[in-house]
Structure formats: C-alpha cells, structure tokens
Write a protein that binds this ligand. Structure first.
Ligand code: FAD
Length: 411
C-alpha cells in the first residue's frame, strides 16, 4: 500500500504508453492520476466509435515491447503473448498472385500480431486494479503551468475546467501532444514534424469456411506471415487476427488515392495490382471500406529534450511518432517506460521525498536529464529504420538484386 504522503504523478493519456507508465510508477510508490480526454474505451459506445473509425485495428508487438511489459507487468505480458498470432516471415505477393516467403530471423524470433484494443484495455484494467492509480476519463488537459505544478483540465461531461496540482507529470498524449506543446514554452526544444506524402486506408478480409461442418472458421491465407504486396510507389499489407480474419492496410500517395474515385476504377486497379488480395477481401467489402473508412495521414515527430527540470517528461508518440513501416512505434513507447522506470530506480528517486517549497528533487531531475541524453539517439535511429523500411517494403523488395542479396546473406 502506498503511504499517503507519497508524491503525485499525473499521467496524461490512457493509451498503451500512459497505462504502462501508470503501472510502473504506482509500483514504485507514486500516487498516480491518469487524465484521458476520451471516454472509457471499454464502454460499448466507445467500441462502436472505434469500429466506425476503423483506426488501425491490430499492430505488431516485438521482443522490444514484450520485454518492457514483462519487466513492469509480467502477468500482462504472458496474457498478451497468448493472444497474439506470431509471424516468423514476410510473404511477398506479386501481381500474378505468386508468393515468396522471407524469414525474419534465423534463430526463430517472431513479430506478433495483436488486437490494439485488447492490448490497451488489458493494460488499462491492470492499472485500474492497483489502488494507488485513479483514471479520469473525458478529462482533457488544455494547459499546464509547470512552475506552479498545476494542470488545467477540461471535464468534458461536467463542462467545467478543473485545476489539478501535481509533483511530476508524464505526457503520454500521442502525436498531437498538448504536454509537448506546453513543454516547448519552457525548454529550448529542437522539434521537427513531417507528414510523408502517403496516406493509409484499412480494409478487412473475412475468415474462411470451417474445414468440416460445425468446425472453427479458417484463415484464407497463411496466418504466420506478414503479407506484403509491394508495388513501387504504393503497397498493401495484411496482418492476421485471432478471429481468423485479416486486417489489410493500403499505403499510397495522396494523388494515387485521389484517382480512385469510382467503384469501377477501384475494382479495376485492385484487379491489376492485387488480384489475389481482392479475391479474399471481396468486391463489396472493398468498396464499402473505400466508402466508409477514413484515409489517414502519417506523421513523424522528432523532439529533444524530452523533459523539463524535475517536472515533466514526454514518452511514446508524444516524443517520437514514427511511420509504422518498422512496426516499432508502440514497441519503442513501451520501451521508453521501461527505461524511465529503470532510471528512476537507479537514481534512487523516492516518491515520498518532498523537497522544500520551491526546491527541486535533484535525483528526479538528474534521472530525467539522463533519459533525454541517452534515449534520443536510439529513438532517432529507429525512426530512420522505419522510414528506410518503407522504401524496402514497397520498392526494394520488387527488385531482383534484393533477392540476390538475401540469398547471399543466407549462405
Ligand atoms: P496513443 O495511442 O495515441 O494514446 C494517446 C492517448 O492520449 C489517447 O488515448 C488520447 O485520447 C489521449 N490524449 C491526447 N491528448 C490528450 C489531452 N490533451 N488530454 C488527455 N488525454 C489526451 N506501432 C508498433 O509498435 N507496431 C505496429 O505494428 C504499429 N502499427 C501501426 C500502424 C498504423 C497504421 C499506425 C498509424 C501506427 C502504428 N504503430 C505501430 C504506432 C502505434 O500506433 C503508436 O506508436 C502507439 O499507439 C502510441 O501509443 P501512445 O500511448 O504513445 O499514444
């Protein structure tokens, strides 16, 4: 049980990074309050809204993210692993529907496809089960006075502003972070934001019929691969879901999407570029997705430093949103939490220590400074890998020299 005199950390955002942060800091003895602008994601109305927006249904979790969860919430890591579909290779599809598998790792490591909502809700449930964590939904942070250590929060349901005092603040509020914007007013932050010329649209392929009457549905493609249809300036990918369906994502430059205006043009384009994918998605479902689903942009964020004194730090997409082509954005965010928790421990940060009025917690300030200094190069490198992998996935994979190089690698 946390002693009542423990200091208060406010975590902004109850996405996966915010929830894991809350768990890590609560376990170190902080009193944790999480402020989330949206309603509780477990409510049926939230699920309907998420389904309607069809925002990236599944994602890949790799050893980087799993190790971080394991270190902080070991039971959750085990639960999540049981709920994933492992993918040991990628499967490259050409325009004739011919397939070439390419193994990811000779020692058998896999990346794992997991339902995004299941991961986020699982971490949220774990956070809510810890007595010294409170989560406030529909509470949107609008501004922060770091020197006075006060949050200004809009209580969306109560339609009023509340002022929340805190000792330490963690911004895990995603790519368009308010905490980052407020932090920029206090530190000389180097900051870069870039939209790539490509957008993405999600599609869905159903499960296949059972092998025998009354049996389980089946997968329409091999589930243990990340399927890729590389086509130069654009590409389609597919990740398996546990319910035997696939979620497909079409990445394409805006002008190419703009050309796909009528059902005839969309179907003819798919028949030429992705005939085998079209046969599993189905024409009606494809056209429905083009009609209903949003085309979303892809943003990269680079920032440095990530902290201010002993007051605040930004983690996850708030600090380093990256394009999704390396499947590491969230994995890195989870690793941020692991690294921060480790630094707080090794710098002997004591949640019950209260500096005198106006003074700083030197240990906490030092831990945050070391985080900013040591984490930046790794995050920049992964962001660059992600961008390079986009070129590899959509273009280099189509070149014969790529296969020659792979073959030589395997000799
Ligand atoms: P978010 O998930 O964005 O959560 C931020 C939370 O903060 C939200 O709940 C939001 O409502 C809340 N919030 C925002 N502002 C406020 C405010 N002012 N006050 C209160 N609350 C606020 N990553 C991978 O590792 N593997 C993948 O395979 C992968 N695939 C991807 C595919 C696509 C198409 C995309 C777009 C991304 C993908 N990513 C992947 C990246 C991954 O989705 C993000 O890195 C991850 O969601 C970031 O988590 P987060 O908790 O930092 O932010």
């Amino acid at each position: 049980m946390t002693p009542p005199q423990s200091r208060k950390v406010v975590v902004i955002g109850a996405g996966p990074v915010g929830c894991l942060t809350a768990i890590a800091l609560a376990k170190q003895g902080w009193n944790v309050e999480v402020y989330e602008g949206r309603p509780d994601m477990r409510l049926p109305s939230s699920k309907l809204e998420a389904a309607a927006s069809l925002r990236s249904i599944n994602l890949t979790i790799s050893p980087r993210g799993i190790t971080a969860i394991q270190a902080i919430d070991p039971n959750a890591a085990e639960r999540f692993l049981r709920a994933t579909v492992p993918m040991h290779s990628r499967m490259v599809h050409d325009t004739k529907g011919r397939m070439t598998p390419q193994r990811y790792d000779r020692s058998g490591q896999t990346i794992n496809s997991i339902d995004r909502a299941l991961l986020n809700e699982g971490l949220l449930e774990d956070a809510l089960s810890i007595p010294n964590i409170q989560v406030f939904f529909c509470h949107k942070v609008s501004s922060i006075d770091f020197d006075a250590r006060v949050l200004n929060v809009r209580d969306v349901n109560g339609k009023k502003d509340v002022f929340v005092p805190f000792d330490f603040c963690v911004g895990a509020d995603g790519s368009y972070s308010t905490v980052r914007r407020q932090l920029m007013r206090h530190v000389r932050m180097d900051f870069q934001q870039e939209y790539i010329p490509h957008e993405y649209l999600e599609l869905r392929a159903p499960s296949g019929p059972p092998k025998e009457a009354g049996g389980e549905p089946t997968f329409l493609m091999d589930p243990n691969h990340l399927h890729i249809w590389p086509r130069g300036s654009f590409m389609l990918i597919a990740l398996p879901n546990q319910d035997k369906t696939f979620t497909l994502t079409l990445f394409s430059p805006t002008e190419e999407f703009d050309r796909l205006k009528s059902p005839e043009v969309i179907l003819s384009w798919f028949k030429t570029q992705f005939p085998d994918a079209l046969s599993i998605i189905g024409e009606d479902s494809l056209l429905n997705s083009f009609r209903r689903n949003p085309r979303s942009p892809l943003i990269t964020i680079k920032a440095k430093p990530y902290h201010y004194k002993d007051r605040v730090i930004i983690l996850g997409d708030a600090a380093h949103a990256m394009v999704p082509f390396y499947g590491q954005g969230l994995n890195c965010g989870l690793q941020d939490v692991h690294v921060l928790a480790h630094l707080l421990r090794t710098h002997n940060v004591d949640p019950s220590y209260r500096p005198v009025e106006g003074a700083e917690d030197i240990q906490l300030a030092k831990a945050l400074q070391v985080y900013s200094e040591t984490r930046h190069d790794d995050l920049i490198s992964i962001g660059e890998f992600a961008m390079n992998n986009y070129i590899e996935m959509r273009e280099t994979l189509t070149k014969p020299t790529f296969y020659l190089r792979k073959a030589l690698d395997n000799v």
